[in-house]
Design a protein around this ligand. Structure first.
Ligand SMILES: [Zn+2]
Length: 95
């Protein structure tokens, strides 16, 4: 854990580290044990103003609060990826 080189983002076949990379680009290293979470409920979002640090517990609590569980499956769809790159607000509504 925590040793994955960012150059392997594509090798993993997923963008799951893209938001972490974005955070480090803007704010510096992510403290060990913390995760980069989204205030906008868009898993692939990499906008620094939509990201914040939290623990796994925070993440789970945040997910529950936003009722995100049932939306997890859509992350890998092209539509979801397009949505992540589109302008949107931290309320999760697309502008
Ligand atoms: Zn966002």
């Amino acid at each position: 854990m925590g040793q994955a080189p960012y150059g392997n983002i594509k090798k993993h076949g997923s963008n799951q580290y893209a938001h972490r990379f974005s955070w480090e680009m803007h704010f510096g290293p992510i403290p060990k044990g913390l995760r980069v979470l989204h205030s906008c409920d868009t898993p692939l979002c990499i906008r620094p103003d939509h990201l914040f640090l939290g623990t796994q517990l925070d993440n789970m609590r945040d997910c529950a609060k936003k009722n995100r569980w049932r939306n997890q499956f859509s992350v890998s769809s092209p539509k979801a990826q397009a949505a992540a790159m589109a302008p949107h607000t931290s309320e999760g509504k697309f502008a």
